[in-house]
Design a protein around this ligand. Structure first.
Ligand SMILES: Cc1ncc(COP(=O)(O)O)c(C=O)c1O
Length: 476
């Protein structure tokens, strides 16, 4: 037998595959089952990890079960447990089992949703999911979009589409509020906007873009010969969940002929509730909207999406023919998703959303999103009822910003006290809370959107802050 007729050694028997897959499933199911009693965060210093992992790759393989156990014991637990019921830092993510399985199946079938020819099935599901998003937003049939790795990629694609629609001007300017996510600034830079032409517009006392400041900056820039490419609004800022004045922005951008993009990566799925729909009124008048299903739609990373009101804009910006891909043109109504964005090879991200919704139905998603909103409102009331705490800004979309403050300390001491409190909460290991800075004030911040979080989780966490905070306020 020729060497080339033999197996390379990269295959496994069906029995080995089944055993390993079943072990991996057991590890995950046990983790989910024991989450409530586990830490919300763990981490390790590099030198400790280096002792175990550094070195050249082994020439010969090890026992597969041992590798799996090592990863489950010594690698994966070291980090934020973003799906822990008391993980309230940054933006948590709490995927459901169908979404996790969808990613497993997608890897196993080795799907590349680049073109209809290469993946008709998952391309079609992407159309279906994009159409769901379209209808939740209230966009017309002409809207189109694609799944992305997340809000960052959606922002890049939106600003590139806006730039192309504006005729790819030489001196582009992009506007966003001073509360916008750094992902939007990075997106504008990638799209070729000079750093000094990315305008961070002032916000009001509730962290919403100041329309007068926007109008004034746009007129000044136009007077200087700069070319307005887009205004980027927030539908749920990461710091406070604040929502920019979407109706006023839509009116203004329509009058001025400016592309309005809405970064709804954090808050977009609130549209599935009556409460959220009311708060996000006007979002459907934007030219493009980015949302993240790995945030408030309970999917594993990566599950972002960009929806553009006139879907053709994406093809105009991104479709480029290549001779080696000429066979992939299936014809009318059979889109190649790689023509709509920055990736050619793409995992089938719509699959997890589609499978989750088929298995659970959409009703429990609405309930879970509403629960996050309700818990955050209840948490704010609880904060306000404590003489040791101050609610820094009214709750907008599931985020509670507060600090330890009994009214007897100046701003500098309050910052020191709250930094200390945050560190102690962190060491306590009951829960994970993060911080932000709001108009110069150091603020504790809880983002409550995990579908497994209960009032008890929220209350225990705030009680812990009160306990630690009371000591920090009066250390005697
Ligand atoms: C409002 C907002 N925009 C954009 C992003 C970036 O999204 P991603 O991390 O999915 O790229 C985030 C992430 O938290 C966000 O909260």
């Amino acid at each position: 037998m020729e060497d080339s007729d033999k197996h390379s050694g990269l295959e496994m028997t069906p029995q080995q595959m089944r055993q390993l897959a079943s072990k991996a499933a057991d590890i995950l199911i046990d983790r989910i089952g024991s989450m409530d009693g586990a830490k919300a965060w763990d981490g390790e210093f590099r030198e400790i990890l280096a002792r175990e992992f550094d070195g050249p790759p082994p020439e010969n393989g090890r026992v597969a079960e041992e590798v799996l156990e090592q990863v489950a014991r010594d690698v994966l637990p070291y980090g934020a447990q973003l799906d822990h019921p008391r993980f309230f830092g940054f933006v948590p993510s709490s995927p459901t089992w169908p979404g996790i399985l969808a990613d497993f199946l997608a890897s196993g079938f080795n799907i590349n949703t680049c073109s209809w020819l290469v993946s008709s099935g998952t391309s079609h599901l992407e159309l279906v999911v994009i159409d769901w998003l379209r209808s939740w937003i209230g966009y017309p049939e002409s809207a189109g979009g694609l799944m992305t790795s997340g809000g960052s990629a959606a922002s890049v694609e939106a600003i590139v589409a806006a730039r192309e629609a504006a005729g790819h001007p030489a001196q582009p300017v992009v506007y966003m509020s001073n509360q916008s996510h750094s992902a939007l600034i990075r997106a504008a830079l990638i799209a070729g906007v000079r750093r000094e032409h990315i305008r961070l517009i002032e916000t009001d006392d509730r962290f919403r873009m100041d329309m007068n400041a926007l109008r004034q900056q746009v007129s000044e820039d136009q007077a200087h010969g700069l070319h307005v490419v887009a205004v980027c609004a927030n539908a749920g800022t990461t710091s406070t969940g604040s929502i920019d004045p979407l109706v006023a922005l839509a009116d203004y951008c329509k009058n001025e002929g400016i592309w309005l993009h809405v970064d709804a990566a954090y808050g977009g799925f609130a549209l599935l509730t009556a409460d959220g729909k009311e708060k996000l009124e006007g979002i459907n008048r934007a030219d493009s909207i980015g949302v993240d299903a790995h945030k408030w739609f309970f999917q594993p990373f990566e599950a972002g999406a960009l929806i553009v009101k006139n879907g053709q804009h994406l093809n105009d910006a991104f479709a480029i023919r290549h001779d080696a891909l000429q066979d992939t043109i299936w014809g009318a109504n059979h889109p190649n998703f790689s023509d709509r964005g920055l990736q050619l090879s793409r995992s089938p991200r719509a699959l997890k959303i589609w499978m989750s919704v088929q298995i659970f139905g959409i009703a429990p998603f609405r309930v879970a999103i509403q629960r996050g909103l309700d818990l955050a409102n209840r948490a704010a009331t609880y904060v306000e009822s404590s003489p040791a705490l101050e609610l820094i800004t009214p709750v907008s979309l599931g985020i509670v910003c507060f600090r330890v403050n009994d009214g007897n300390h100046d701003e500098q001491s309050l910052e020191e006290i709250n930094r200390k409190v945050l560190a102690h909460v962190f060491w306590d290991e009951l829960a994970f809370v993060s911080s932000t800075t709001l108009k110069g004030k150091f603020s504790l911040r809880m983002c409550i959107l995990n579908h497994t979080t209960t009032w008890n989780d929220v209350q225990r966490t705030i009680d812990l802050v009160i306990r630690i905070g009371s000591k920090a306020l009066d250390p005697t």
